[in-house]
Design a protein around this ligand. Structure first.
Ligand code: FAD
Length: 302
């Protein structure tokens, strides 16, 4: 069991750099949620390994990239948050068609850089407002592209701070689902794309422009809340169940895209979670289909 946060012992080299009681509302795209007991931004991979090595084995870990698929409950997270964005940020070309990227690199940066390198089929990353680590954990995808179709191998780190390189065959990969070894997290990957000498940034701009027509971009959300059931669209099911605009506190089902839940400014995580449960119950009653959340819900209720 984790001890009370102040009692988690930290050696001097980390005691000033590990923050305590950090509001996760500042680090998630829903802009709500309680505090993390401990919050650590490593300087680099070696620093991350040293931090993990000294941490008591019972302290729960929450890995966060850009928090674009994450709801932290109002009571916060009793453990240590490890932030990869702004930390593991190396991106380099490896061969004619492959790249090396660390987990904290924003997906949009991968998309833009690949265009500059004359690599195609990476444009879909521009539609994912998260990090590569989050995209690997979620098998994020957009516009027909999907993260793990491009993975040559991944680097993971365990609680002892040891890194391992693993091929895709060691993971069970599905639609927005990735199951790997217990207690290992992504620190980087090698990805393969296609040679596309004519690649141009306009292609990305067009895709993003099209997205703006159908999604409430710019509002506080986590993108699609539910995965699409086989052969169906969650948004269609939610819309036809009459749920567009449905509200709990300051959260509502988007009128523009029914699979988005918007925080209008003052929503608590409990409002969003209550709306998620209400949408699930209503869609089950109307359509007989059980919607599964795509967003990850963690932490303690208030
Ligand atoms: C406006 C909007 C549009 C979106 N559109 C899409 C879309 O088209 N397609 C799509 O797939 N998603 C979409 N998303 C959801 C989200 O951007 C993706 O799921 C993204 O991959 C999450 O990355 P992140 O870095 O923000 O992860 P986070 O939200 O920080 O974390 C998500 C999950 O991944 C885990 N995780 C994060 N980093 C690591 C790591 N290094 N190792 C292990 N686990 C880790 C976290 O613990 C958590 O369980 C959208 C979100 C928004 C806000």
């Amino acid at each position: 069991m984790i001890k009370a946060p102040d009692a988690v012992p930290l050696p001097a080299e980390f005691s000033t750099r590990v923050l305590r009681d950090v509001p996760m509302a500042k680090h998630t795209s829903w802009h709500t949620g309680g505090c993390a007991d401990l919050y650590f931004v490593p300087r680099d991979l070696r620093d991350l390994a040293a931090f993990l090595r000294q941490l008591a084995p019972g302290v729960p870990l929450l890995w966060v990239g850009l928090g674009s698929n994450l709801l932290v409950r109002d009571g916060g997270f009793r453990g240590a948050v490890i932030m990869t964005h702004g930390a593991l940020g190396r991106l380099a070309r490896r061969s004619a068609t492959s790249i090396d990227a660390q987990a904290g690199v924003a997906c949009a940066r991968i998309a833009r850089q690949c265009v500059q390198w004359g690599l195609g089929a990476a444009e879909f990353f521009a539609g994912i407002p998260g990090t590569l680590g989050g995209a690997l954990a979620m098998n994020a995808g957009a516009w027909g592209g999907e993260t793990w179709r491009h993975v040559v191998e991944v680097d993971v780190i365990d609680r002892r701070g040891t890194t391992h390189t693993r091929p895709p065959g060691e993971f069970r990969i599905g639609y927005r689902s990735v199951i790997g070894h217990d207690d290992e997290w992504f620190v980087g990957a090698r990805l393969r794309f296609e040679a596309a000498p004519g690649a141009h940034a306009d292609a990305i701009r067009d895709l993003l422009e099209r997205r703006k027509q159908s999604q409430p971009i710019g509002e506080w959300s986590c993108g699609s809340v539910f995965t699409n059931p086989p052969g169906e669209h969650a948004a269609r099911l939610i819309d036809s169940a009459g749920l567009k605009g449905c509200r709990r506190g300051d959260a509502s089902v988007s009128a523009k895209h029914a699979n988005f839940i918007i925080n209008h400014g003052g929503a608590r995580a409990a409002d969003i979670e209550a709306l998620i449960r209400h949408v699930q119950a209503t869609v089950a009653a109307v359509h007989g289909i059980s919607l599964q959340p795509e967003v990850r819900i963690v932490g303690e209720p208030a």
